[in-house]
Write a protein that binds this ligand. Structure first.
Ligand code: SF4
Ligand code: SF4
Length: 280
């Protein structure tokens, strides 16, 4: 039999809600033409039929031309598996906030995991977990990171076609503000004083929330070189407390290194308490 000339694509899952993998399935009209160009050899969300060369494990033998990795690293087994996947992948792209910034599950990084474990599980001794949830890039080299919770299907298709063509993905790292301007949305912060993370958040959603009169809460994670100092000052000006600011930055991208300075900036920029009046 003639060897299949199409490059192979594998999709891997770590700790996540699977929403980013579903985005690939959601490509619908584009999915069938895509399969003319690539051979999807490992994608458990789509099919239980694994690559025939693979043993029945969650990590195949490869090699794969392109691996898309969804989810964050939360167990010792995850660490072992992601190193294996890196070894058998020519290109490795992480998809979504979980894989690029630890995801919602990285909220554990700022809390006591033992306390969670005891509160949630009837038999916590059976739960094997790390104290942290970390992005894939904290463990292995990554060729490209696609942000979003969930990712944007147009950006995902651009990433896949770019790697098939051997070029860099054409994904701008500018902010949500640019997308507001492009769709003609009046700035909700300037016009209405609504707190919005748009100035520091990576574009990709088409500025969805501001278009409906709601402030961006940063689900696409950090843009390139975000000016956090100015952003925190603006959020303070729009009425957010120190606690609210830390919470809004941590919601989806808690383990993002770019957001590391936020708690200190929020504390530094806390308003002075009102001076006590002298007794008359
Ligand atoms: S980034 Fe969001 S949508 Fe994607 S897997 Fe994680 S939680 Fe789900
Ligand atoms: S929270 Fe921000 S990045 Fe997420 S969909 Fe809304 S506007 Fe877009």
């Amino acid at each position: 039999m003639e060897p299949d000339p199409r490059p192979s694509l594998a999709v891997w899952k770590f700790a996540s809600c699977d929403g980013c993998q579903l985005t690939l399935l959601d490509c619908e009209d584009e999915l069938l033409p895509l399969t003319d160009r690539v051979r999807i050899t490992h994608f458990l969300e789509m099919s239980s039929a694994e690559d025939s060369r693979e043993p029945a494990t969650l990590a195949g033998t490869g090699p794969y031309d392109l691996s898309l990795v969804d989810g964050s690293i939360t167990t010792a087994e995850d660490v072992r598996r992601v190193h294996h996947i890196r070894r058998i992948s020519r290109r490795l792209v992480t998809i979504g906030a979980c894989a690029t910034a630890g995801g919602i599950q990285a909220l554990r990084n700022f809390a006591d995991v033992e306390e969670f474990r005891a509160a949630v599980y009837a038999d916590p001794e059976y739960i094997a977990t790390l104290d942290t949830s970390t992005p894939i890039s904290a463990h292995v080299p990554v060729d490209f990171e696609l942000r979003g919770c969930p990712i944007d299907r147009g950006q995902l298709l651009e990433v896949i076609t770019a790697f098939l063509a051997g070029r860099k993905p054409n994904i701008s790292s500018h902010s949500v503000c640019f997308q507001c301007k492009r769709r003609g949305t009046t700035c909700i912060t300037v016009a209405q004083g609504i707190p919005c993370l748009g100035p520091v958040t990576h574009a990709g959603c088409g500025a969805l929330c501001p278009a409906y009169g709601r402030g961006c809460y940063g689900c696409f994670g950090p843009m390139a070189q975000p000016n956090l100092e100015a952003m925190v000052r603006e959020l303070r000006h729009d009425g957010m407390t120190e606690r609210d600011i830390v919470r809004v930055f941590r919601t989806f991208n808690a383990a993002s290194p770019e957001y590391g300075p936020v708690p200190e900036l929020a504390t530094q920029q806390a308003p002075e308490p009102p001076a006590e009046e002298e007794p008359r």
